[in-house]
Design a protein around this ligand. Structure first.
Ligand code: KG4
Ligand code: ZN
Length: 340
């Protein structure tokens, strides 16, 4: 290899962020850009797919050009072009994947299709210099919450997942109930710092002692009833003081973290794996990071946490994982499409 044969341009547009990055050797991030659409969706309290799609179209070319310039990389120096093609919002996925297909065709480079959840599972590996696999991965995002047995970066076996809301979705919905704005995760975490996590004893849905599945919709409803009364007589959360809201935020967060940590420890015990990976937007949550760190320390497990900027959606993890697909010659053809 001549030193530039390991450069990959990656793209991610599965939801509400337009991302591109240039990564060398699956690990070294030369440039990474994220165009966030938070402000566009904030007033709706959640993501509006049509708005997301249009915003991706408006900025994808700018973002791609930006990361190439920042990395001082010419298209001919790339060894491949990669983009997420599953799972996500169909219109959003189409923008990034079509851009990747077009550039791969025009520049005559291999096209690599990336699974968004596999990319989240790979993010933690970019910060360490040792092999992580085999390991158990907890992936917690706005759309998914799941535990995987990872044999290698490209082979993740699903052990359990949410049967209703994802953990990040629960954070967003509870933030909405408390009128904290969108995205809810960081807002809940900030407010929870001033609250008492034992103030309200919210339910922890374990779904049976042996289950590795998750359920967060009952917890979300419990918060709703706690705030608005069991007959939902109060219109919103305006009757609560800031301290009461902080106590609810802290108690809700503690319930989510308890469930995530106990299920992960159960998965680890069952699979006999003392190596754990955390990934996805909720991996940015400080309470989750410290509770998992403590649980792993008690059991002498190794825990691999993604750096903060690789937790929420980004294209560095996409271009990083694509390197492993490049080495395995797992290329997509131009007829390939997206799936939700
Ligand atoms: O992975 P991600 O960026 O997008 C999806 O793939 O869904 O995850 C976004 C989710 C959102 O639900 C957001 O509220 C949550 O991650 N999130 C957090 C934090 N930062 C982002 N949840 C809890 N604490 C945080 N600090
Ligand atoms: Zn994600």
């Amino acid at each position: 290899m001549n030193g530039t044969d390991d450069l990959i341009l990656g793209m991610e547009s599965s939801c509400d962020e337009t991302c591109a990055a240039v990564v060398s050797n699956g690990r070294t991030v030369l440039s990474s850009a994220v165009a966030s659409q938070f402000e566009l969706h904030a007033k709706f309290g959640g993501i509006v797919p049509e708005i997301a799609c249009r915003a991706h179209i408006e900025c994808i070319n700018v973002i791609i050009e930006q990361v190439l310039v920042q990395a001082s990389v010419q298209p001919q120096q790339l060894c491949a072009v990669a983009a997420v093609n599953t799972p996500g919002l169909v219109g959003s996925l189409l923008i990034g994947f079509t851009a990747a297909k077009t550039l791969a065709w025009v520049w005559d480079k291999p096209l690599i299709a990336i699974d968004h959840l596999q990319a989240h599972g790979y993010a933690a590996a970019m910060a360490v210099h040792e092999q992580l696999w085999p390991a158990l991965a907890l992936i917690v995002s706005g759309g998914h919450t799941a535990i995987y047995l990872c044999h290698n970066p490209l082979d993740m076996q699903l052990l359990g997942s949410t049967i209703d809301d994802a953990a990040g979705e629960a954070f967003d919905k509870v933030a909405n109930i408390l009128d904290l704005g969108y995205p809810g995760g960081p807002a809940i975490e900030n407010l929870a710092r001033q609250g008492n996590p034992t103030a309200v004893n919210f339910p922890r849905a374990m779904l049976g002692r042996d289950s590795l599945d998750f359920s967060f919709s009952g917890l979300k409803t419990a918060v709703l009833y706690h705030v608005r009364g069991t007959d939902l007589s109060r219109p919103d959360s305006s009757h609560l003081s800031l301290q009461q809201k902080a106590d609810i935020a802290a108690s809700f967060q503690a319930a989510v973290v308890d469930v995530l940590v106990s299920k992960t420890m159960l998965g680890s015990k069952r699979s006999g794996l003392g190596r754990l990976i955390l990934g996805g937007g909720v991996a940015a949550n400080g309470a989750l990071r410290s509770a998992l760190t403590q649980a792993c320390r008690q059991r002498d497990y190794m825990l691999f946490l993604p750096p903060m900027k690789l937790c929420t959606d980004n294209a560095a993890m996409v271009a990083g994982l694509a390197w492993h697909k490049f080495l395995a010659r797992q290329f997509a053809n131009l007829g390939e499409s997206v799936s939700t």
